[in-house]
Design a protein around this ligand. Structure first.
Ligand code: AMP
Ligand code: GLY
Length: 422
C-alpha cells in the first residue's frame, strides 16, 4: 500500500515513524515533511491545503491512503474534496468529513453537539455582533475568571481567560470586531472549569472506536507552567492521576456518547478524535474536541501503540474497526521538546543542529527542521521532541532529559521540569 502523510511537525514524524514499521507499506510519502520524515519516507513539496495538487500527486504515484496530520485541511474539507472528485474517490482519507471537522472548526458547533448528546462540558453562550448585549449580560451572570473563545480556528491563540469583568466585556467587543479575524466573528463565552487537564484519544470509523493511550502535555513555555502558551513543550503517557476509575468515567460519559452522537447524526467520521479534558475533582469534562492527534501528544502515544497502525487505518477506512484489537505498551513514554530561543515569540531559524548521533536510548522526532548540504537546520519554534520509554515516567524522563542536553543548536531552550506536578 502507498501512503501519504500530510503535515510537517513532530506529530507527522511520529506518524511516519509508526507507519513505516508496517509490513503493509510499499511507499511512504510525507508532504511537506521535515528533515526527520525524509529519513522515514520520501518528502514531497506540497502544501497541506492545496487539494488539487495533492490529488494530482496521489493519482500519479498510486497513493492508496492519505493520513491528515493537522486540522486545517480537515476543516477546509479535504475529505469531501476527495469523495466528490471522480478521479480521487478511491483514495482513502484518514480524517473526518468537513462536517465532522466542525467539532474542532467551530466551538459553537462542538458545544451544541455536546449539549444535544448530554456530554459533560462547561456551560456556554454563543455571541455574534447582533447579540452583543445578551453576551455582555451573560458575562454578568458568570463568576470570574471569564472564558472567551473565538468560534473558529485561531492557531491555538483564540482563547482568553480574564479576571476582570470590564476587561472581559471589552475583549468580547474586540473579538467580535475581528481581533482574531473571521474566527472571532462569533465568540463562545464559557463557564470557567477548575481542575487538572489531560487528553484522551480514540480512532473511530464513525460507529465503533478504539482507545489510544491518554496523555498530558505541558503547554506553557516556562518551568512551573509559567509564561505564555505554546503548542506544547513536553508530554507524558500514561497520566498517573488518570486511573482506571477515572478513565472509565471518561469512556462512559464522554467517549461513548460522542461516538454514538456521530453515528446518530450521520456524521461521516473516519479518523482520530482528541478529547481535551478537565478532571474536576474526579469528574471529567470536555474542554475541547480536536479532530486529529496532538503534538507533542503523538510523540508519546504512538510509541506506546503496539498494533500495526496501517491495520487501524484500513479498518477505519473500511468501517470495520470492531474487528480489530489494539494493544498498548504498558510502559511509560515521555517527550521533551527542544525549542528555538524566543519561541513562542519571535525566534531565528537556520541554526545547525549537532549531537544527534550522540544521543542514546531516545527516539528523536523532528518538528521544525530541514536539511541543507548534509546538515540538519532549525526551521521552526518547536524543533524536535526527545521521546523515551521507561518502566516509570521518571525513568523515561531521565533519558529524555539526558538526551535533550546532548543535542545542540544556538539558543536551544527546553523545559527541564516536564512531569514536575505528577
Ligand atoms: P482550548 O483552545 O479550547 O483548548 O483552550 C485553551 C486552554 O484554555 C485550555 O487548554 C485550557 O487550559 C483553557 N480553557 C479553555 N476552556 C476553559 C474553561 N472552560 N475553563 C477553564 N479553562 C479553560
Ligand atoms: N498539544 C496540543 C495540540 O496538539 O493541540
Amino acid at each position: 500500500m502507498n501512503i501519504l502523510i500530510l503535515g510537517s511537525g513532530g506529530r507527522e514524524h511520529a506518524l511516519a515513524w509508526k507507519t513505516a514499521q508496517s509490513p503493509r507499506v510499499d511507499k511512504l510519502y510525507i508532504a511537506p515533511g521535515n528533515a526527520g520524515t525524509a529519513q522515514t519516507g520520501t518528502n514531497v513539496n506540497l502544501a497541506v491545503n492545496d487539494f488539487e495538487k495533492i490529488g494530482d500527486f496521489a493519482v500519479e504515484n498510486r497513493v492508496d491512503m492519505i493520513v491528515v496530520g493537522p486540522e486545517d485541511p480537515l476543516v477546509k474539507g479535504i475529505y469531501d474534496f476527495f469523495r466528490q472528485t471522480t478521479r480521487l474517490r478511491h483514495i482513502h482519507i484518514i480524517g473526518p468529513s468537513k462536517q465532522g471537522a466542525q467539532l474542532e472548526g467551530s466551538k459553537d458547533f462542538a458545544k451544541a453537539f455536546m449539549k444535544r448528546n448530554n456530554i459533560p462540558t462547561a456551560a456556554y453562550f454563543p455571541v455574534t455582533a447582533d447579540t452583543l448585549e445578551q453576551g455582555l449580560a451573560f458575562l454578568e451572570t458568570q463568576k470570574p475568571p471569564y472564558v472567551l473563545k473565538a468560534d473558529g480556528l485561531a492557531a491555538g491563540k483564540g482563547v482568553l481567560i480574564i479576571n476582570n469583568i470590564e476587561e472581559a466585556q471589552n475583549e468580547l467587543r474586540l473579538m467580535l470586531e475581528g481581533k482574531f479575524g473571521d474566527a472571532s466573528k462569533k465568540v463562545v463565552i464559557e463557564e470557567y472549569l477548575s481542575g487538572i487537564e489531560l487528553s484522551a484519544f480514540v480512532v473511530t470509523d464513525g460507529v465503533s472506536y478504539k482507545m489510544l493511550p491518554e496523555a498530558k502535555d505541558y503547554k506553557r513555555i516556562g518551568e512551573g507552567d509559567a509564561g505564555p502558551n505554546t503548542g506544547g513543550m513536553g508530554a507524558v503517557s500514561p497520566v498517573p492521576f488518570a486511573g482506571a476509575d477515572f478513565m472509565k468515567k471518561v469512556e462512559d460519559r464522554i467517549i461513548r456518547p460522542t461516538i454514538e452522537g456521530i453515528r446518530q447524526e450521520k456524521i461521516d467520521y473516519r479518523g482520530f478524535i482528541f478529547f481535551g479534558l478537565m478532571n474536576c475533582k474526579g469528574d471529567p469534562y470536555v474542554i475541547e474536541y480536536n479532530v486529529r492527534l496532538g503534538d507533542p501528544e503523538s510523540e508519546v502515544i504512538l510509541p506506546r501503540l503496539r498494533s500495526d497502525i496501517v491495520d487501524l487505518y484500513a479498518a477505519v477506512a473500511g468501517k470495520n474497526l470492531h474487528n480489530v484489537t489494539v494493544t498498548i505498551d504498558p510502559r511509560a513514554v515521555t517527550t521533551v521538546m527542544l525549542a528555538s530561543g524566543g519561541y513562542p515569540g519571535s525566534y531565528e531559524k537556520g541554526k545547525e543542529i549537532t549531537g544527534l548521533d550522540k544521543t542514546d536510548g531516545s527516539i528523536i522526532f523532528h518538528a521544525g527542521t530541514k536539511s541543507a548540504d548534509g546538515k540538519v537546520l532549525t526551521n521552526g519554534g518547536r524543533v524536535m521532541a526527545v521521546s523515551s520509554v521507561g518502566d516509570s515516567f521518571r525513568e523515561a524522563l531521565a533519558v529524555s532529559n539526558k538526551n535533550a542536553a546532548v543535542i545542540q543548536f544556538d539558543k536551544k531552550y527546553y523545559r527541564k521540569d516536564i512531569g514536575f506536578d505528577l
